[in-house]
Design a protein around this ligand. Sequence first.
Ligand code: SF4
Ligand code: SF4
Length: 441
Amino acid sequence: MRHLLYNLNQIMPSPTLKPFGQDLLAAQYDNMLSCVRCGLCLSVCPTYQLRLTEPEGPRGRIAIAKALVEGNLSLTSDLLQHWDSCILCDACSFICPSGVRMEAIGQALRTAVTETKGANPSGMVVNAMLRWVLPNMGLLRTITGIGRLYQKSGLQRLTRASGVLRLLHLEEAEAMLPAINAPALVPNGQVWEPVGEHRATVALLAGCIMSTAFGETDRATARVLAANGCRVVVPAGQGCCGALHAHRGEIEGARTLARRNIDALLAGEADAIIVNAAGCGATLKHYGSLLADDPDYKDRAAVLAAKARDFTEFLAELGPRPPQRALNITVTYQEPCHLANAQRVREAPRKLLRAVPGLVLREMAESAMCCGSGAMYNVTQTESSHALRGRKVRNAAATGAKVIVTANPGCFIQLGQGVQEARESLRILHIADLLDQAYRP
Ligand code: SF4
Ligand code: SF4
């Protein structure tokens, strides 16, 4: 199957710029010019660390984009491959002393270019997800419901043992299905009342993958917030945040989803909009710029962006009540790029973990380096994704911890596969699930 996909990729048409593509790229020209080519970012760029070649690092990618705007290079598939392999993890932006914003350049480029995104088979699969599945929460719930039945009925065990997945080259795709242990959380205005003194009212973004494949983590998030004095509402009408659309350059799709969420999440009087998936939180915080040209939504988009908080960020700001229950475990923390780099939230999750009685936090090497999941990177760039995944699991295992804690569903799935592949006995936990155990009476 992989050979077939590779061969098909080779005969696909060359990329072209959309009619407005040159303008979109030109709008990022000053951003590109900020790069003084110091090379500081090379040490944190996951793809540069893997390949050790200039076009696979931030500096080379910026040079390519700049040459395209200046007309000194023409667009080819080979050239674009260096941008397709960028995870948009923003590790380079985080460290850059000149303030280069890599994600903005990458998104403009992906929006400006036509052909490559959807022209190859893996791109077609991703596009089908973006166009038909993620915007349709009913369909997504049906698909994950079938997945749950497949796991609970024992069919998964049988299929895996039979070797048929290996025969059909579907082993890897099947392994991406996380264990779906609970029914989906369908947002319909549910409320979790605060325990003790009422300290804040918050609206929870249930998310697309989070609410369907990780429904219990959403409930755990609400329980932890309630245990900390928050009234938690899950407004009806919300859906996918549009993060994957924005990453792939499907900006109109991202805008449509953003408008739906603004209508739903700002309907009440929430003090904050809480997000427990790092990629979604980063996207909500960008709704203001995403809808800056929409006269009907730009003001409310800015309001929502200002209220958006990662679950850990909000709890740390609120001042967490001391958890009562000792967990007596040793954990290591894997920082999702979209929390550590894009949202610059690094200390809050650590602060919450250290407050759990009996919990020992051991830092892993390169904790902020992408695990290779980044916005479907594991589907579109499997080879690099696997290399990064292996590196991450080795770093985690070297700490001697028994649990890897993370705060993003993509990382959760990716780490689970990595641990299985490396035959490590590490367990993966979302930080909300871990804190839920610590706050239970
Ligand atoms: S750190 Fe910033 S200025 Fe230096 S090479 Fe990287 S992107 Fe350019
Ligand atoms: S966004 Fe990430 S992968 Fe892309 S150039 Fe920057 S550090 Fe490298």
